[in-house]
Design a protein around this ligand. Structure first.
Ligand SMILES: [Zn+2]
Length: 171
């Protein structure tokens, strides 16, 4: 747990919402500018201030914003998610390990949940369906949004994808 303090934390601007979700799945503490109220004309300044206050790196596609503070901001040179992931991994900012320790929706830490608790919750809340799960897997969930996470074919596929993006394709 102590190692986490040295780990980078991020804020993604509104143009990097997909990257935000992805970084959370990798386990990085990442805030999303899309969670801020709309209509703030000085949102860039707010983002810079929050990044400084909370010791976060601001990730943006906005070249002008990135020039305002080169210590706090990283300019994302690619438009595609793949390119952005590759950039962060190749510059050593992010490790390409899918850790599943954090909720991709709200950034909260995931906690273990027993299959019994989970199925009880699903019975009481039939409108929420987090997908199917096998009961012998270790299941974690987000207490806040009740989204469940577990290892399976979907995570295997994602790891292959990450490997492909970071180590195999070269464009
Ligand atoms: Zn959540």
């Amino acid at each position: 747990m102590t190692s986490r303090s040295s780990e980078p934390r991020f804020i993604c601007d509104r143009m990097a919402g997909s990257l935000c979700k992805f970084l959370r799945l990798l386990g990085y503490d990442t805030l999303n500018a899309n969670d801020l109220p709309l209509g703030n004309l000085k949102e860039d300044t707010t983002l810079l201030r929050n990044a400084e206050k909370e010791n976060r790196i601001l990730l943006t596609r906005d070249a002008e914003l990135s020039r305002r503070d080169q210590n706090l901001v990283r300019y994302l040179s690619g438009e595609r998610l793949d390119d952005q992931i590759r950039q962060l991994v190749r510059t050593g900012l992010v490790k390409p390990d899918l850790r599943l320790t954090r909720c991709s929706v709200c950034n909260n830490q995931l906690v273990p949940v027993s299959a019994t608790t989970l199925s009880k919750y699903l019975n009481e809340n039939p409108d929420i369906f987090p997908g199917s799960s096998s009961d012998d897997e270790k299941i974690t969930w987000c207490r806040h949004c009740k989204k469940a996470y577990w290892e399976g074919s979907h995570t295997r596929k994602m790891r292959e994808q990450i490997h492909q993006i970071c180590f195999l394709s070269d464009d």
